[in-house]
Design a protein around this ligand. Structure first.
Ligand code: ADP
Ligand code: MG
Length: 600
């Protein structure tokens, strides 16, 4: 068989197979070119999932008549000055492959006018054939129109998914690039419908969060923690959600490396690690992390579509991400998400948001008339409860005996316990409602983890050892782990077939529910499988221990106990969420309360 050199057109088509996988790849390459051309505004349109039409127009540097034919030539680029530059890539493009590849598989028309010149020129490439530049008309900048994508490679056409799916990919690409470049305005039209329209953000700091919120969701702003960390010349900044603001997939975890959106498995693992203690399994944080590092510390040339990168020191980057996230989460301390209380407000307000729509006249008016009788009326409310479950109301802590309120007590002073479950506290600027079980669970969990880390778990002997019956398989799973469990402070032994006896429990558990704990632990163990050491899954085990060692909902607390709980919350890391990621408290600002009552 004779060896022959492949004709240029065929080479381009082969290359196109890697660079141009689907319409979204074309959009990505064209928008990256616009960004590299220093555009301030980029307008994108697609039709029929990008098969019929893709148009990207910018107001960037543009190209001269002489440059146009070069731009569509293979391996022609203005972005690599010399050989060395490959290790210092500062632009999004550099391979000089995109335009010729697109021109090899679709009908490409490019119109451009270089900044500072007064003439625009147009060239077209169809299935690899290049036309001579012709005069055209347009403002400074470049417009690329691609029609009939893959007409030259029908096999590829067959691989395309429905227009809706392809549109989804286009949207995703544009969204990520728009997140990376808040200084540029973007519009995206899909089949004539505007699906994205963001203006240029002029402030570099505020603008970033503003842009993220406009693409992720407006409430991201109130639920985002800001990150900024640096280690060995690598800088990490960006925003990550409070644990209460979570999603069911990792889809909303974005990573950008030197301004380039990348997909990286490292990211999702690192984020999961950082949030492990504060999110339930299967829930995922939302974040946009921007890494900036010297161009020679990262290789962007590992993938033709430049969608992945390779870090010289991946461990360092992972450590930086986990460290910065943990730090931010710890700093957030007892801060709980706004979404819970915002949702609650929405629900409490008649007709949802937007203030009361019930006529004001329906509200009691002339409060002054009632106030005289209020204290007598109040007596009645303080009469002892009669339904055994809540034998005594907590001693009323009235505003009069003012416990000092101030910023030193962010969670305020407990005023009442309601339904044996919720503590209502008054803060300097509002009202806080605490779920006592969720809050206490978090406190026990954090203490238990600290005790285990310190290697000293105090145990407490049960006066009467507790026998727990369970299915034989579960009992033998627990037996097999007895030594490990003992290290955690839970001492148990077999007790005939299908039963175990518990002799000691971690002291932190107090008089928790031993039986429930053992049953749940047996379930945990089943899930963990044989191979995993309990020590490696302390988070899960402590979670189970904490849940059973915590103040149950339904237990009556007195004023001191309630205040003690609030103070413990303030000094406990992550106390804004229980370890299932639910909020432990919600806060209503006075202005919010006033809105509820139509005072504002
Ligand atoms: P690369 O981006 O890797 O250099 P491309 O094939 O995407 O390769 O583009 C080739 C060249 O065409 C670029 O290096 C650039 O000089 C020029 N070019 C492409 N798009 C634009 C644009 N929108 N504005 C100005 N110049 C452009
Ligand atoms: Mg390019």
């Amino acid at each position: 068989m004779a060896i022959r050199r492949l004709p240029e057109g065929l080479v381009n088509r082969i290359a196109a197979g890697e660079v141009v996988e689907r319409p979204a790849s074309v959009v990505k390459e064209l928008v990256e070119n616009s960004i590299d051309a220093d555009a301030r505004a980029i307008d994108i349109a697609v039709e029929d999932g990008g098969r019929a039409l893709i148009r990207v127009a910018d107001d960037g540097c543009g190209m001269t008549r002489g440059e146009l034919p070069l731009a569509v030539e293979r391996h022609a680029t203005s972005k690599l000055a010399d050989d060395e530059a490959l290790f210092h890539i500062v632009t999004l493009g550099f391979r000089g492959e995109a335009l010729p590849s697109i021109g090899a598989v679709g009908r490409l028309v490019m119109t451009s006018r270089a900044q500072g010149t007064d003439a625009a020129w147009q060239i077209s490439v169809e299935g690899g054939d290049l036309s001579a530049p012709e005069p055209a008309a347009r403002a400074a900048g470049t417009e690329v129109v691609v029609r009939d994508l893959f007409f030259a490679t029908p096999a590829r056409l067959k691989f395309l998914k429905s227009p809706r799916t392809e549109n989804q990919h286009v949207s995703d690409v544009v969204t990520r690039l728009a997140m990376a470049h808040p200084e540029i305005a973007f519009t995206l039209s899909i089949d004539g419908r505007r699906t994205l329209d963001v203006t240029a953000e002029l402030s570099p700091d505020e603008g970033r969060l503003q842009r993220l919120s406009s693409v992720i969701g407006r409430d991201f702003r109130e639920n985002a923690l800001s990150l900024d960390a640096e280690r060995e010349g690598i800088r990490l900044f960006g925003y990550a959600s409070l644990p209460t603001y979570n999603r069911g997939t990792t889809q909303h975890q974005y990573l950008f490396v030197n301004g380039r959106p990348v997909r990286d498995r490292l990211l999702h693992g690192a984020v999961r690690g950082a949030y492990r203690d504060v999110l339930a399994a299967g829930r995922h944080a939302v974040c946009a992390l921007f890494i900036e590092l010297p161009p020679d510390a990262v290789d962007v040339n590992v993938h033709p579509a430049k969608a992945e990168v390779r870090f010289r020191d991946a461990g360092l980057v992972r450590g930086l991400i986990v460290g910065a996230l943990r730090h931010a989460l710890a700093g957030a301390g007892h801060r709980s998400g706004t979404t819970a209380s915002a949702g609650m407000l929405g629900a409490a307000r008649p007709e949802g948001a937007g203030g009361p729509t019930i006529p004001y006249a329906r509200y009691p008016t002339g409060g002054g008339r009632f106030s005289a009788g209020l204290s007598e009326a109040a007596q009645g409310f303080q009469a002892p409860f009669t339904d055994g479950t809540a034998p005594a109301a907590p001693p009323p802590v009235s505003e009069g005996e003012a416990t000092p309120l101030g910023s030193e007590y962010p969670l305020g002073v407990a005023r009442a316990q309601l339904h044996g479950t919720y503590i209502v506290a008054q803060t300097e600027g509002g009202i806080i409602i605490v779920d006592q079980h969720a809050a206490h669970e978090r406190i026990v969990y954090e203490r238990m983890k600290a005790a285990l880390a310190g290697g000293q778990v105090k145990t407490q002997m049960l006066l009467i050892p507790e026998v727990v019956e369970l299915d034989p398989a579960a009992a033998s799973r627990l037996e097999a782990r007895a030594a490990e469990l003992a290290e955690l402070g839970l001492v148990l032994e077999p007790f005939g077939i299908g039963a175990i006896v518990v002799r000691e429990v971690p002291a932190l558990l107090g008089d928790g529910d031993v039986r429930g704990l053992v049953l749940d632990l047996a379930d945990d163990l089943a899930e963990l499988g044989e191979a995993v050491a309990l020590k490696d899954r302390l988070g899960d085990v402590c979670g189970t221990l904490a849940c059973h060692g915590s103040v149950r909902a339904g237990r009556t607390l007195n004023g001191d106990e309630m205040n003690a709980l609030l103070r413990q919350m303030e000094s406990t890391p992550n106390s804004g969420q229980c370890n299932h990621g639910r909020p432990t408290y919600v806060e209503l600002d006075l202005p919010d309360v006033e809105k509820l009552f139509g005072r504002r």
